[in-house]
Ligand binder design. Sequence first.
Ligand SMILES: [Zn+2]
Length: 299
Amino acid sequence: MKKLIRGLDEFRRTYVHDHQELLEQLSHGQKPRVLFITCSDSRVAPNLITNTDVGELFVIRNAGNIVPPFGAANGGEGGTIEYAITALGIEQVIICGHSHCGAMKGLLKLNKLQADMPLVYDWLKHAESTRRLVLDNYPHQSGEELIETLVAENVLIQIENLKTYPMVRAKIHQGKLNIYGWIYEIETGEVLAYDAKTHTYLPPQSQLLEEEVSQGVRSCDLESEMTSDNLKSVRAKLEALLAVTPHSPGAAQLAIRSLKELFEEASEFGMATRELRDYHSLFAEPVQTWARKVYARVN
Ligand SMILES: [Zn+2]
């Protein structure tokens, strides 16, 4: 407790002192752009991992980042979602699961929970679809691998649950609401985002790039600057990465991270749209193979 009280003081002296204008502005009202639904787990810190400021994320947290289906329970989630979408006009929702989730582990020992923690047992019933889907479809998995699959499938089940809310349905129909599924990995700080086309979790940057290319946002042609040494070096590294075959999940993860960084550098140094797109399609298949190796996911 002492630590927290010292922290309050430190917070006022440093953060509040340095952000007076922002805090004054926020005192008149909030305009968060994102509803972030994640687990209560202390190791997941939404603002920290997304490097966002106060006022930017509207957050719902509970054990297992669960969204009870519409009408199933009134534990606060439904009302908070309704407020976020209707009153705040939020158009982006992220449901973020995480590695080593205790709630997902709980799904595997429901009988014990019913006796020891009846309230947790009742709550986890909202993730019964996750449990059933995974046990029926991944019978060969166990241990950590099984937990990873539960985490990954649970995010997708909760997205489906979110879609049972009438105002969510209506907004999606109008093209005014996007829902994203993320998995945060505690040990690396890495986030992977669900890609419906490939039914895998991929680095979110690769989807962003794809969106930008398809929307033609980077349509300005910077071909003339392409002779820069920086760009030459990025190209060489991309070519080298193409030749890499990672043999372990760790190596695959490293390859994904390197690729992400190289794509960031490439656009930073002004690589032309066409070349970026070419590299993107060259890597489409390897990235899927790498992501599968990382998450060992089977369709
Ligand atoms: Zn958790």
